[in-house]
Design a protein around this ligand. Structure first.
Ligand SMILES: *[C@@H]1O[C@H](CO)[C@@H](O)[C@H](O)[C@H]1NC(C)=O
Ligand SMILES: *[C@@H]1O[C@H](CO)[C@@H](O)[C@H](O)[C@H]1NC(C)=O
Ligand SMILES: *[C@@H]1O[C@H](CO)[C@@H](O)[C@H](O)[C@H]1NC(C)=O
Ligand SMILES: *[C@@H]1O[C@H](CO)[C@@H](O)[C@H](O)[C@H]1NC(C)=O
Ligand SMILES: *[C@@H]1O[C@H](CO)[C@@H](O)[C@H](O)[C@H]1NC(C)=O
Length: 497
């Protein structure tokens, strides 16, 4: 018997002896996620336009850890039928994937629609539905068409309108079959990594200024897409539109008041920056964010706050523009108060003024930032429940990084811990979580880390022209969770047998 089959048998036997008490609700949905640039390849196939990740990896291969790119990646542009077979094997309720804006609108603008891009996503969506798998579609997962970057990218307020045009075309083309839409994936990464820290394409470094301009456009772009759906498509298509925000859990490092306040400030100025305008009763940025950036800007002799304000109309336009709260969560940090002098260089970090560390006792992963802290997820879900009146939450990403081993017990252990914490948040705390998504279906192009980090339930052989996919132990484990709707507590003991 193959090792993976032995494992799956042991997992199954143990599940059957497990009680009925800790089960996910009947209508709870399980899925897996990917993103266009990370899996599709076909970077210049059949009329696709260039995007900012094509540009970055081609112009600066040395900015990617292994000097690789997404030109071929998992080749899902050709191998999408295999992807659907894997999804079917896993028995997921839904598949979260993203549309490549440049594949559909090569110039970024709505003046020309590329028929091959439409054909590709129609094929994928139809194949999913044929196999009883719901498509959950992200409109923007970081791959901005390069021509829109040439005019400044997200700090340019006009992009809100161009995004609405793109969203409208996607609703029009695919909305008869796609019922769950995510406007943006991880705004903090789009704006902080992209325009402040220089970590992700387009790799600009304008912290404390460019990131806030980007944020304003992005929130308005999200709301425009939500409202156009509401007005023109919802009556017939009857789907849901939300946004996916990524968040850490910020645990106060000590129980001193100033560290407790610092951790709360971190939550408000990173997650709240995006969530407060959309999900709070009052709308707009969190008060503490407006105050701090306003006061610091004044002390720095700016003529007005570096945080561009919304008008009253814009505040009302953005507030309530959701059908669900998409949440990506991977890890937690210990947060303490930090005093930064007023004459230090302008930055978002200075605006927040906290020190972030991770406990060396937390289990590591292959990614330096990703430590295994399951209880952080439960605290985060409770924070969202309290702060935003318990909205329906879809966990749209959660996962573990390793180096690609088939017997990926680190990933198994991570999923076990986080799903247990999630179950407690739902059953014991009453958090309104409706769906869970594991990142990722398969190993893929991990942005600036190239192919050095792996998050997949399936292994992909990137040196094989056929990009062969092989299931890992975690695939069996996740499949069993989906089928039994429960989690095994003593899995490690079972595996050690
Ligand atoms: C696509 O890019 C590859 C290099 O990745 C190149 O060899 C090929 O000629 C390009 N095809 C088109 C149609 O531009
Ligand atoms: C910012 O300044 C205003 C008045 O100038 C003050 O009321 C507020 O408390 C200050 N906020 C912070 C966070 O320091
Ligand atoms: C702002 O201007 C004042 C008065 O000109 C000056 O004393 C102060 O150092 C300036 N602050 C910064 C952060 O440059
Ligand atoms: C990946 O594919 C290459 C080329 O076909 C093959 O030589 C290699 O053994 C494969 N690696 C694994 C781990 O399967
Ligand atoms: C898929 O999971 C459901 C429970 O969600 C179960 O009833 C069904 O048997 C599973 N299908 C397969 C093919 O394993």
């Amino acid at each position: 018997m193959e090792m993976s089959h032995l494992i799956s048998l042991l997992i199954l036997l143990s599940f059957e002896t497990f009680g009925d008490s800790l089960r996910f609700p009947k209508n709870f949905k399980f899925g897996v996620a990917t993103a266009s640039y990370q899996i599709e390849g076909g970077w210049n196939a059949s009329g696709k336009g260039e995007n900012i990740w094509d540009r970055l990896t081609h112009e600066h291969p040395d900015w990617v850890k292994d000097h690789q790119n997404g030109d071929v990646a998992c080749d899902s542009y050709h191998l999408w039928k295999q992807d659907v077979e894997m999804l079917k094997y896993l028995n997921v309720t839904f598949y979260r994937f993203s549309l490549s804006w440049s594949r559909i609108l090569p110039s970024g603008f709505s003046n020309y629609i590329n028929p091959d891009g439409v054909r590709y996503y129609n094929d994928l969506i139809n194949e999913l539905l044929k196999n009883g798998i719901e498509p959950m579609v992200t409109l923007y997962h970081w791959d901005l068409p390069q021509p829109l970057q040439e005019v400044g990218g997200w700090p340019n307020p006009l992009l809100a309108k161009y995004f609405e045009d793109y969203a409208k075309i996607a609703f029009e083309l695919f909305g008869d079959r796609v019922k769950t839409w995510i406007t943006f994936n991880e705004p903090p990464e789009v704006c902080e990594s992209g325009y402040a820290e220089g970590a992700n394409a387009p790799c600009y470094k304008s912290s404390g200024i460019g990131d806030y301009m980007c944020g304003k456009t992005l929130l308005l772009a999200h709301a425009r897409a939500y409202h156009i759906y509401d007005k023109l498509y919802r009556p017939k298509q009857k789907g849901k539109v939300g946004i996916t925000i990524d968040a850490i859990w910020a645990e106060p490092k000590t129980n001193r008041i100033k560290d407790i306040k610092a951790a709360e400030r971190q939550m408000q100025m990173d997650l709240g920056w995006w969530a407060h305008p959309i999900f709070s009763k009052s709308g707009d940025y969190p008060e503490i964010m407006k105050n701090r950036i306003g006061n610091l800007s004044k002390a720095e002799n700016f003529s007005s706050s570096r945080l561009p304000q919304f008008t009253e109309n814009e505040i009302r336009f953005i507030q309530g523009s959701f059908d669900f709260f998409g949440l990506n969560h991977y890890s937690s940090w210990l947060v303490s108060d930090l005093k930064i002098p007023v004459n230090a260089p302008v930055s978002h970090w200075k605006d927040v003024s906290v020190l972030m560390q991770q406990d060396p006792k937390w289990k590591p992963s292959a990614a330096t930032w990703l430590k295994v802290v399951p209880w952080g997820l439960r605290k985060l879900l409770n924070w969202i429940k309290k702060e935003y009146n318990n909205p329906p939450v879809y966990i749209t990403e959660n996962g573990f990084a390793d180096f690609g081993e088939l017997n990926d017990f680190g990933r198994l252990d991570y999923l076990k811990g986080y799903l247990n914490a999630l179950l407690k948040a739902i059953l014991l705390d009453g958090c309104n979580v409706k769906a869970y998504t594991c990142w990722s279906l398969m190993d893929n192009m991990e942005w600036r880390d190239g192919y050095t980090l792996k998050f997949g339930l399936y292994y992909v052989n990137f040196t094989n022209p056929k990009r062969t996919r092989t299931e890992k132990a975690s695939a069996e484990f996740y499949k069993t969770i989906i089928e039994t709707r429960t989690i095994l507590e003593d899995l490690e003991q079972v595996i050690v047998l």
